[in-house]
Write a protein that binds this ligand. Structure first.
Ligand SMILES: Cc1cc2nc3c(=O)[nH]c(=O)nc-3n(C[C@H](O)[C@H](O)[C@H](O)COP(=O)(O)OP(=O)(O)OC[C@H]3O[C@@H](n4cnc5c(N)ncnc54)[C@H](O)[C@@H]3O)c2cc1C
Length: 197
C-alpha cells in the first residue's frame, strides 16, 4: 500500500514538472534571440524554402499531423535551456518508418532541410532548427513493438519515452537501468537498450 502511494506521488510530481517545463519554455521562448543572429551564421542558399505545395504534400501524406501554427511551433523552435532559437514554419509528425522515409525522400528531392526532434531536452542546441528547417517530430512514434523477457531486449520506435518504457516493463519485472533527469528523453539517445531483471 505504502509503495503504491509512493509511486502515485512520484508520478504526480513528474507530471507536474513536465507541465511546468512546457510552460517555462513558452514563457521564455519569446525572449530568446534567433540563433543565426547570436552566432552570426548564414543560411545556405542551396536549400529550398517551404512552399504551400510542400505543406499540401505533407498534409496529403499525414493528414492532421502537420503543424503550421506559430504559437504551437514556438516551443519546438526553442531549446530546453532557452539558448538557441530557430524559425521553422512547419513540423511534421509521422507515425511509421514508411512515413518518415517518404517525408525524407520528398525533402531530399526538394532540397528542404530537416531537423529531427525527440523530447527536445538536448542541452547542446542540436534539437532545434537554426533557420527554417522542417521539424521532424518523433513524438507519435511511440510504439513498443516487442519485449524479449529472456534476453532482456526491447524493440521500440524511436519516439518512445524512457519513462514510458520503464513503466511498460514493470509488467515483465524488468526496468530501464538509465534514469536521466530529463524524463521526456526518447530512445533515439540510446544505441541499445539493456534491461535488467
Ligand atoms: C533536466 C535534464 C537532465 C538531464 N540529465 C541528463 C543526464 O543525467 N545524463 C545525460 O546523459 N543526459 C542528460 N540530459 C540530456 C539528455 O541526454 C538529452 O535530453 C537527450 O540527449 C535528449 O534526447 P531526445 O531523444 O529527447 O532528443 P532531442 O533533445 O529532441 O534531440 C537530441 C538530438 O538528437 C536528434 N534526434 C532526436 N530524435 C532523433 C531520431 N529519432 N533520429 C535521429 N536523430 C534524432 C536531434 O536532432 C538532436 O540533435 C538531461 C537533460 C535535461 C533537460
Amino acid at each position: 500500500m505504502y509503495k503504491t502511494e509512493k509511486m502515485n506521488l512520484i508520478q504526480k510530481s513528474r507530471s507536474f514538472l513536465n507541465r511546468y517545463q512546457k510552460l517555462q519554455i513558452l514563457v521564455h521562448s519569446a525572449s530568446v534571440d534567433y540563433t543565426y543572429k547570436n552566432y552570426n551564421v548564414e543560411r545556405k542558399p542551396d536549400f529550398a524554402k517551404v512552399t504551400k505545395e510542400d505543406i499540401a504534400f505533407f498534409d496529403g501524406l499525414i493528414p492532421g499531423r502537420v503543424v503550421t501554427d506559430d504559437h504551437e511551433l514556438e516551443a519546438h523552435n526553442t531549446d530546453w535551456l532557452h539558448l538557441v532559437k530557430g524559425m521553422s514554419k512547419v513540423m511534421v509528425k509521422p507515425k511509421t518508418t514508411e512515413e518518415v522515409s517518404k517525408i525524407l525522400k520528398y525533402c531530399n528531392d526538394r532540397s528542404l532541410a530537416v531537423c529531427p526532434q525527440g523530447g527536445n531536452t538536448g542541452l547542446v542546441g542540436g534539437s532545434v532548427p537554426v533557420f527554417d528547417e522542417i521539424i521532424l517530430s518523433m513524438n507519435l512514434m511511440n510504439k513498443i513493438n516487442t519485449v524479449d523477457e529472456v534476453a532482456g531486449f526491447a524493440v521500440c520506435q524511436s519516439g518512445v519515452v524512457l519513462e514510458q518504457l520503464d513503466q511498460y516493463l514493470r509488467d515483465y519485472n524488468l526496468m530501464v537501468p538509465l534514469d536521466l533527469g530529463a524524463k521526456v528523453v526518447i530512445l533515439a539517445v540510446m544505441y541499445q537498450q539493456m534491461l535488467v531483471v
